[in-house]
Design a protein around this ligand. Sequence first.
Ligand code: FAD
Ligand code: SF4
Ligand code: SF4
Length: 485
Amino acid sequence: MPAKMMQFVSVEQRLPDKRPVGERTHDFAEIYGQFTPDRAREQAARCEQCGIPFCQVHCPLHNNIPDWLMLTAEGRLEEAYELASATNNMPEICGRICPQDRLCEGHCVLEKGFRSVTIGAVERFIVDTAFERGWVRPIRPLRERPESVGIVGAGPAGLAAAEQLRKQGFQVHVYDRYDRAGGLLIYGIPGFKLEKPVVLRRIRYLEESGVRFHLRVEIGRDLSFAKLRRRHAALLIATGVYKARDVELPGAGLRGIVKALDYLTASNRKGLGDEVPAFDSGELDAAGKHVVVIGGGDTAMDCVRTAVRQGAKSVRCLYRRDRANMPGSMREVQHAEEEGVEFIWLAAPEAFVGGERVEAVQAHRMRLGTPDATGRQAPEPVPGSSFRLPADLVIKALGFDPEDLPGLWGVPELAVTRWGTIKIDWSTMSTAIPGVFAAGDIVRGASLVVWAVRDGRDAAAAITRHLDARAGAERQVRPALALAS
Ligand code: FAD
Ligand code: SF4
Ligand code: SF4
């Protein structure tokens, strides 16, 4: 039966129930529960079914949001799933961790007076339901193709490309230096935003679909780029960005000052049941410590909230700009504040103080000065404003840069931009080396999962065109050779 849409006037926006702070800060489970089917229908029916849906325009995947909202409101969940998965390779993951306030929901027309449709939560509900009811079936391509494609990196960009290429019937091999697939989905992002079984379920689906994973294989160390290239008809580089930005300050070498990703990876590994000596020794465990996190992005938010869950004595976040100018999602800041994190805006470290271990962070106040070339106000120190914060653990979350892949892999012809990201032709996703493509953070710089998925899909389409053209050319050459002989 057609659903009555446009219910936003009488039905209030409601997210899935959020677990109370006292409960959720003691474990790493997701903080939001799941919609009941009735709640999902009710919330989906709030959509106005806009003629020009700005939600869709501002979703990097241009998901057909109004249509899957209507199908959900009508209870036609299997069709909603088909539609949601037609444009997105991991809708249940994006539904959980996209910064919707900056993307689809932030541009929903209802946001202006009635509060947006809860798009992410409905998307997650649709696809979790599809998994539960067995609607997510392994890919069985219409025809198998002989060409193999090698993908370096099993993060969202590599996984999205792998699925798209497998659907075309290619033989897909994914290489990753880690012991588990998933990239930052598995070892970066904490469980309270994205529970690990959700990621592992996606990977199992790809394995059952015939994607071959080669784990613990680091390209450039265990296997050379040249060998890999000879093995496959086309290659995709989706290695992400992992070189942590640093601060050159007095005392920077003291023990107890750690990199964000080392800290988060140890915590995620522990949650997955691994032995983690650096965690077990207390080096990467915040329990009982005064913790200071430096930075204002998503990674910093994940660090502060992880420290709370590990039982830190106090957790402070030091950020050099103000709240309005921080790069992290506002929703995440709000969650962190609810969980007891203290934000110290407009403040930056000037030295780390201690004997062998760090004992305090010496910081100074900042103010926002004149706008720079990008229009952003540059922060500058306020003279004479020093203050000290006690700290047994300092976590540096200052962002990431790409590693020097051409140097590490011995392929100087792999051109990079002035930021060190791999240079591609965006219309073909092709690098400077013919038959080698790139996608995700390694081309964009540190970005978002949804953009990695978009790039992975674009790269898969480009690889398919490339291999189709090659197969077509070979078909033409073969009869010509036969005639000539
Ligand atoms: P990655 O996910 O980094 O995957 C790259 C893979 O390549 C890794 O598995 C790595 O092991 C492998 N690799 C690298 N070099 C080699 C090599 N030489 N040989 C073999 N394998 C190699 N985005 C959001 O949208 N929402 C969030 O809430 C969010 N939170 C985040 C929290 C943290 C802590 C971090 C660090 C990032 C977060 N992001 C978030 C960003 C998001 O995770 C990334 O944009 C996304 O994962 C990029 O995908 P990718 O596939 O390009 O790279
Ligand atoms: Fe919104 Fe992200 Fe889903 Fe797009 S993929 S609809 S931006 S939650
Ligand atoms: Fe529905 Fe909001 Fe999208 Fe309009 S912008 S179609 S109301 S979700």
